[in-house]
Design a protein around this ligand. Structure first.
Ligand SMILES: [Zn+2]
Ligand SMILES: [Zn+2]
Length: 337
C-alpha cells in the first residue's frame, strides 16, 4: 500500500514536471540557447516539485492545528518569517542539489575503487534474505540506522563549541513553529547532507528510497516543532519523538545546558535518548531559546539576528570570538550555553 501511494505521488509529480518543463522551462532554455542543460534541469525540476509538494502537505496538515490549538500566541511574527524562507530554501533542495553535484563524482570514484579492491559495501537489505529485502522492512531498517547516526550527529552539535555555534541558529528561534525545522546554518546543512548521504551509500540505500526516507524524516521533524498542543499519548510518545519531547530540547535551561550537554537529542526516535540516558519526559511547557538571549541578569541580551542573512553571518562572529577566547585558556570547555 505504501508503495502504491508513493507510485501515485511519483506519477502525479512526474506529470506536473513534464507540463512545467514543456510549457515553462523549455521555451526559456531555447530562447537563451541553453538547451545543452535541458536534461539536467528536467531532472532537477522533479526534486523542486517534490519540495513544493512536501511544503504543501505539511502546511495543509499542520497550519490548521497551529491556528486552533496554539501553544504560544505571538504579536510579532517576524522571527517566523525567516523560518519560512529557510524552509523554502531547504525543501527546494537548492543546497542539497549543490552538494550532490559536488560530491557525487567523489562517491562514484570511491565506489568504483571499492569494487576494484574487492571491498564489499555493507548492504543491510541482504542481512536476512526473504526478510530484510522486503521493501517495508529495509525501509524501516534504514530509518533506524540513519536515525541512530542522527542522534549522535545532534549530540556532537551540542558537544563541540564551534559546532554548537552553527547549531545555535536552530536554537535561537524563540517562536517554535512548523517552519522551524529547517532553520539551520547552511554550513551545517551541507555537513549534515554529506554525513547522511555517506552513511546511506554505505548501507546500500537506493536513491529513490533515500528521497522517501528524507521526506518522512522531514515531515516528522516539522511536526515536532509545531506551535500546537498535540499530545501523542504515553505510548506513541515513547515510539517516536513528539512535539512535547522536542520542545523540551529547545527549553531554555534544560534542552541544551542540563546534565552534561542537555536532553532529548533524538531526531525521530526517542529510544536512543533512553538508551544513553539523555531522555527527559517532563511535559511542562518552558520558554524556548538560548539563555544568553535573555536580558540581564539571567542572560546578556545576545542577538542572533532576525533575518536569514544576519543569522548566518553572526554565526561566524561567535565562532571567531570563541576561537579567540580559547587561545590563551586552552582549558575552556565547549559549553553549549
Ligand atoms: Zn539541538
Ligand atoms: Zn529543533
Amino acid at each position: 500500500m505504501i508503495q502504491e501511494a508513493i507510485n501515485f505521488v511519483d506519477s502525479g509529480i512526474a506529470a506536473v514536471q513534464t507540463l512545467v518543463y514543456v510549457d515553462g522551462v523549455q521555451p526559456l532554455l531555447f530562447h537563451f540557447n541553453l538547451m545543452g542543460y535541458g536534461d539536467d534541469i528536467y531532472d532537477a525540476l522533479y526534486w523542486v516539485l517534490v519540495g513544493v509538494f512536501q511544503i504543501g502537505v505539511t502546511y495543509a496538515l499542520l497550519r490548521p492545528l497551529e491556528a486552533l490549538r496554539p501553544v504560544e500566541q505571538w504579536q510579532d511574527r517576524r522571527q517566523v518569517r525567516a523560518d519560512v524562507i529557510y524552509t523554502w530554501i531547504a525543501k527546494l533542495g537548492i543546497l542539497n542539489l549543490l552538494f550532490f553535484l559536488v560530491l557525487q563524482p567523489v562517491f562514484s570514484a570511491l565506489q568504483s575503487q571499492m569494487v576494484i579492491h574487492g571491498l564489499p559495501n555493507l548492504q543491510l537489505d541482504g542481512l536476512y534474505p526473504g526478510v530484510t529485502d522486503q521493501p517495508l522492512v529495509s525501509f524501516l531498517l534504514y530509518l533506524v540506522v540513519l536515525d541512530f547516526a542522527g542522534y549522535w550527529y545532534h549530540r556532537w552539535q551540542h558537544r563541540f563549541g564551534v559546532w554548537w555555534e552553527l547549531h545555535a541558529v536552530h536554537h535561537s528561534q524563540r517562536q517554535l513553529s512548523m517552519w522551524s525545522d529547517d532553520r539551520n546554518h547552511f554550513l551545517d546543512v551541507m555537513m549534515q547532507a554529506a554525513f547522511f548521504a555517506s552513511i546511506a551509500l554505505f548501507i546500500g540505500v537506493q536513491p529513490a528510497q533515500y528521497v522517501v526516507l528524507v521526506a518522512v524524516g522531514n515531515f516528522l521533524q516539522s511536526v515536532q516543532h509545531v506551535n500546537a498542543r498535540l499530545s501523542y499519548g504515553s505510548l506513541l510518545e515513547r515510539l517516536i519523538v513528539s512535539p512535547t519531547f522536542h520542545r523540551r530540547h529547545h527549553a531554555i535551561g534544560y534542552g541544551h545546558e542540563g546534565t552534561r550537554y542537555g536532553c532529548n537529542f533524538g531526531v525521530l526516535f526517542p529510544w536512543w535518548d533512553v538508551m544513553f540516558r539523555t531522555a527527559s519526559w517532563e511535559r511542562a511547557l518552558e520558554p524556548t531559546g538560548i539563555r544568553d538571549q535573555l536580558p540581564a541578569p539571567e542572560g546578556r541580551s545576545r542577538r542572533y539576528g532576525v533575518g536569514v542573512i544576519s543569522q548566518q553571518l553572526r554565526t561566524f562572529g561567535r565562532i571567531a570570538k570563541r576561537l579567540a577566547l580559547r587561545r590563551p585558556r586552552s582549558t575552556l570547555g565547549a559549553d553549549a550555553s
